[in-house]
Design a protein around this ligand. Structure first.
Ligand SMILES: [Zn+2]
Length: 312
């Protein structure tokens, strides 16, 4: 079976690699810088060059199609990038069309990078023995993707899986179950009390600071691991908040396996107990949930993108 090639186009780097689709062995890895002040065609050319370099490095026969994970909103028919905070120079151009043209007409399949990361983790990462997995990444925001029965769950327009915007607190004044209003829970998506406003790295720093704890997350985690002080109690609460979001996913999808990634995902050992506690409290007719750290790190996005080339 031919090896597969994937790229992960983000706001600072274009990463990519080639892997064996049977064993999962990584045969080549590489990167090119992403610059925000060059024309889109230059980005397409760098991606195409990287693909050629990766093929040469891999020293095997590589499937001609290219899978691409992209950190922006795009049109699924045309590949046109519609919006992206860190890739403004691509907006209004077709990423798949551009890379295809720059690489002599090779077929290019594009998908959101959070979804490709979930697809990668379920293929050869934390979920390699699991048909169903939800990846939750705890970074500046909360992202992720849903894989059900070895297939990405995208929804009719591809917008499914915005896990960070599951609201777990009602907006005061709009519900009979009022909690005190907290301006910090207002979310950029227009909602209030989203998971992202409570458990992203950014949110956890802010919440720690407001409790008089260090807002340096590695330090916070170290202190929590060393004892049962306020840091451990706080991160247990953060774990419970995470569990509330995951419980919603269990209710909707009957999934039982969660991989936790992203920078703050390194503290999953401290969040797991609280999260599982809530998942168990809210469990109704489903299997007990399991939580594991994501294992592919920065390779997850391109590995999942490479998997896309095996379809269609
Ligand atoms: Zn939101």
């Amino acid at each position: 079976m031919k090896s597969v090639l994937g790229l992960d186009v983000g706001g600072t780097t274009i990463k990519g690699g080639v892997l064996d689709p049977v064993s999962g062995e990584i045969l080549a890895r590489g990167a090119r810088p992403y610059d925000q002040d060059v024309p889109a065609a230059e980005i397409h050319a760098r991606a195409a060059e990287l693909a050629v370099e990766l093929e040469e490095k891999a020293r095997t026969e590589v499937h001609r199609a290219i899978g691409v994970g992209c950190a922006g909103l795009f049109d699924r028919q045309t590949g046109e990038v519609l919006a992206s905070a860190n890739m403004q120079n691509l907006v209004g151009t077709s990423l798949s069309g551009g890379i295809s043209a720059a690489s002599k007409g090779r077929r290019v399949t594009i998908e959101n990078d959070a979804n490709t990361a979930a697809f990668g983790e379920q293929w050869f990462g934390a979920g390699r023995d699991e048909p169903d997995l939800v990846l939750v990444t705890l970074g500046t925001g909360v992202g992720g993707g849903i894989v059900i029965g070895d297939q990405l769950f995208l929804g009719p327009t591809g917008a499914a899986g915005e896990i960070g915007h599951i609201a777990i607190h009602p907006r005061p004044g709009k519900s009979e179950y009022d909690a005190p209003y907290d301006a910090d829970l207002e979310c950029s998506c227009g909602s209030y009390g989203c998971l992202e406003r409570l458990v992203s790295a950014t949110a956890v720093s802010r919440r720690a600071r407001s409790r008089g704890l260090t807002d340096d997350l590695p330090e916070l985690a170290d202190r929590a691991r060393r004892g049962s002080g306020p840091e451990a109690a706080f991160l247990h609460q953060v774990g419970r908040d995470l569990g509330a979001g995951l419980a919603t996913l269990v209710t909707l999808f009957d999934v039982d396996f969660f991989a936790i990634g992203g920078g703050f995902g390194a503290a999953v050992d401290l969040l797991e107990k609280g999260a599982l506690e809530v998942l168990e409290e809210r469990r109704y007719g489903t299997r007990p949930a399991r939580i594991a750290p994501a294992t592919l790190g920065p390779d997850a996005g391109w590995i999942g993108a490479a998997r896309l080339t095996l379809e269609g």
